[in-house]
Design a protein around this ligand. Sequence first.
Ligand code: CU
Length: 506
Amino acid sequence: MSDFAGTNRRSRRFGALAFSMTLGLLLAPAQAQQQSTEPHDHSQHVAPKEDHSGHAMPPDHSGHQPPAGAKKKAAPAKAKTPAKHSGHPASHGVMQHASPGKQPPHGEHGAGAHADHGGMKGFLGPYSMSREGSGTSWVPDTTPHEGIHGKIGDWSTMWHGYANLIYDHQGGPRGGDKTFVNGMIMGMAQRPLGDGTLGVRAMLSPDPFMGKSGYPLLLASGETADGQRHLIDRQHPHDLFMELAGIYSRNLSATSSVFVYAGLPGEPALGPPAFMHRTSGVDNPEAPITHHWLDSTHITFGVVTAGLILDKWKMEASAFRGREPDQHRYDIEAPKLDSFSARLSWNPIRELSMQVSWGRLNSPEQLAPAVDEDRVTASAIYTQPFGADNLWSTTAAWGRKILRPGATLDGYMLESAVVLKKNYTLFARAERVAETELHEDVPALDGRILMVNRLSLGGIYDFYRTDHVKLGIGGLVSKYALPGELKPLYGSDPTSAMVFMRLKVI
Ligand SMILES: [Cu+2]
């Protein structure tokens, strides 16, 4: 790693500066826009009281007409909402869920804060934007959509993101310590075009500034720091550009649409939403060790996806570049369309989103170019607002890597987060992965498939908040269940921990 050290130091310093400047630049104009063109519509908080469950969403919602009663209540004095705003002004029950029977005081935004989404609707179809996760994935309609909304001409804009400053200690002989920053910042804009929506999205990560070898994370595997060896027991940094994508969707009816999505980079229709876009996963600052079984394709250099939405169903297929990003994390790599995937998603009720997907990845690993991979995943996300301003979200996912030629490896993940009164967050993640890479340097174990398990528990207390950001401190502890063969490598009972500060746009 010594050959990276010099560049890393320089790029880290530059990186930290660039990221904070970007954050500042993004937040300032967005806030200005919001204030100048779109004052907070706190009246949204009085959205239809009769719909506390949020289940009884009138069918005509899908046609983008707010309930007449709600509209009257919501905008008593002025017709603030321009015609195109008729796209789902309220987040349909999120707020009602979050604080039944209670109207939060000014400034205390609940899950439905900024609920009119600055006029934003779904990028892919005629429904609330709350349903959309990373790439073209879906999350439950009850997902709070936090962010800063604005308007530039015909374009509705939104920014959101977070950054964690982390002190990381991974225990045992294979552990390590590191202080670093991870996170993401995302900007998006959309405008009506014909009978549809044109959208653009950009997502950036500060991860490259932590250095090519990422951060210590026991049992993590996947990608490389030097183009020669696998990164083992470390999480690779994400690329500076995680998504630069354009989307066009055209409505077929009040509940159906067709769409195309193109990204360089982007996310193909494969796997659950990426972990930093799941309500159950975003608060946990460490990456899942199932990342390369489930959602590692979320940064893919070259993606084209076409899909069809029929009410609560979405069918889509992608052509994309199978090769994972290389160790150069600041660049945009050459696109290719040599791999394919298909995904079926279903949101049967507002609280639940499910998907199954399959992909054929052409030569995904730089270090094993002769090996292709088939990947199958299935996942379910359940997000339930409860009580006054509380939220509970859980994701269960399974992913199978079928290496061709090679082993068939399963990964399982169950993660959950509870957000209480917007200030206290508790999260947990349990994972079980069939591994071959962790011990590939140990001749006696090479080629063996070994099941490893990890459990992480943690929490965050947000001690400072404004209308648009919150700042908190957090910690987490991880424990492992390892097969006997691996105990000499990891120690008999390693424990890892992280403490962190988090700044999050809300
Ligand atoms: Cu990733």
